[in-house]
Design a protein around this ligand. Sequence first.
Ligand code: C2E
Ligand code: CA
Ligand code: CA
Length: 706
Amino acid sequence: MHAVKPVNLHRVLDTLVNNLEGMAYRCLLDGRWTMRFVSQGCTRLCGYSAHELLDPQRISWEAITHPEDRARVRQEIGAAIAQGQRFTVYYSITTRSGEVRKVKEQGIQVTDEAGQLVLEGFIEDVTDVHLTLEALAHAELRYRQIFEHAREGIFQTTLDGRYIAANPALALLYGYATPQELIADLSDIDRRLYVQPHRRERFARLMAAHGEVSNFESEVYRRDGSKIWISENARSVYDKQGAFVCFEGTVQDISERKQQLEQLEYQANYDTLTGLANRNLLRDRIAPAISHAERLGHFLAVVFIDLDHFKLINDSLGHDAGDQLLVEIAQRIRACMRASDTVARQSGDEFVLLLNEHVQAHSVISHLQRLLGQINQPVHLQGRAFQMGASMGVALYPQDGRDAQTLLKHADVAMYAAKERGRNNFQFFTPELNQVADERLNLGTAMRVGLEQNEFTVAYQPKVDAQGRITGLEALARWHSARIGTVGPDRFIPIAEETGLIGALTDTILRQAFADACSWAPVQGRQLSVAVNLSAKLFLSNDLVARIRNLLQASGLEPQRVELEITESVFLHDMERAVVLLNELKALGVRLAMDDFGTGYSSLSYLRSLPLDTIKIDRSLITGIEQDEDLAMIACAIVNLCKNLRKSVVAEGVENRAQFDLLQAKGCDGFQGYLFSKPVHQDALRKLLAQAQGTILLPPTEALAC
Ligand code: C2E
Ligand code: CA
Ligand code: CA
């Protein structure tokens, strides 16, 4: 039997302490931290043996403590023991081999057996832990920097709509000085942030379904109540156990992009001048309007509106006034419509209405009558009042068409009919109208063919002086089409201008007129001049002068025998360029005449600066002159002014002797009109010229009615 040996507690403790990874110690509170006891672990910790550490002549713990840490360590330990507390302090030591290591020291002040105050504690090497922690801190810092300096807003939020974290960019975005302010203030994201109700709900639903949202665009309130558009990219974060932690994501301010998009969309759908829908939006709206009308059994009216004589205002008062007029009329139309109707600007001075929910065609009529009344109210431009008219065409769904294209086309056709029926009225589409429209379309094509087939000829109307002697002839275009018969210049000139055929037509007329003029014998020793009309549209082309020069040279006609007639509208597009062109034409040696004077809006005074030789008073100011004193006065004033400006004056459309006598008495230089001759072709002209040596015998003067 072995007697159980009593446990040597002292030995057990000794073994335990000496095998600890680290150093247990007892030291004095002196300036050296003089060691009274150190455990065997000291050698692995600092390289010094227990023997060395305990010998006051050898190394002290103060010396082992890194110089940079000494004061702090002393201060921290001192502070803890002053409070009667345990202490934990981290610092570096220099080992015997010179290596610097990090240690953690934990200890407490106690009283030793002799009643002296000492420290007892434990010091362990934490270099490895420290390095790991440092690396972690570094990584943390790096991420924090990204978070702090990101341009995008970054957030973490709870399920119930509170912020856990926000970065400065997000604070700035939402109008807060700091993230802390944002987190404190924005406690209810759903109500406080999103402009659109239930937006947060939608966010949460998407999250629940997909675990993430991308490019989630919303309008939000900033702190000051202003609104911005944001785009969010976010995901749900779960812990290892799969429990929801938070939503986290980024926020971008997309207000500018949104605005640009909106602007683009606006530009694509609205007319910038008037703010009305444009033709794109109109087309988008017709189909739904048709379905709506079909469902309810209502009428849908498509109305084409074209302003009467808009071109005249635009040409004579300039584009700014034209724009102003369009804006004014657009406003009036809009004001007459209901919210459910669409008002669109189709192009230039054309508008289209889409009238919904009319139960009977009759109510469309009263609506349009009211509208026409509004359009007819005077418009004030440049200090003057103008009365505008409009021609409107109506096509009704379902009887006039069942699709957008047909309805628009038929409304357009009806509008043309309204124009033809004296303008300023409206017409409903009828199948017969379609035929007329087709003809018009054909006219352009027929003209092209006509030009190729030499169907265009020239008629000449004499211009006479006060003695009735023929001084020159005005060339006027004539067209007899093999396909559609005779068409007057009032019909085909506008179409030639629209289709661009005016250039070719003018060349034809010029060539013919120059050739014919070469064959005319002088009248009483004077060479006859030939006048040709130039459309204002030709002034937009670059080669006008060169073309006329070439045609002149090819014909051999002396330039001084040629007069070119232009209208006021030539100057009102681009006055400077027109004046340059006129001077170039003058340099060819030809004469220039202002045609149709008195029909535009311009005054005589501007004529002074233009290189014009002749002014032709428009027929509308001559007709009735013998009966109307006001008209006579106007004509007289024009004649006098022209004389002052040293321009010759020609009266157009002189139809009777009374008119001739009156104008002659006023001092008018030239006369043209049926009184002398209608426009005639070359053969008839030769006879006319042969008669009485080119003097036209006038009927005797009638007694003027007083
Ligand atoms: P316009 O240059 O003012 O020509 C005068 C028009 O008045 C001619 O009509 C002529 O036949 C008509 N006329 C002349 N005297 C009288 C009269 O005493 N009473 C009445 N009621 N009418 C008279 P037309 O030939 O039908 O030409 C109409 C317009 O077509 C011309 O007006 C001119 O602006 C244009 N035009 C004609 N030929 C050409 C052309 O070759 N080029 C261009 N650009 N325009 C042309
Ligand atoms: Ca003329
Ligand atoms: Ca004329």
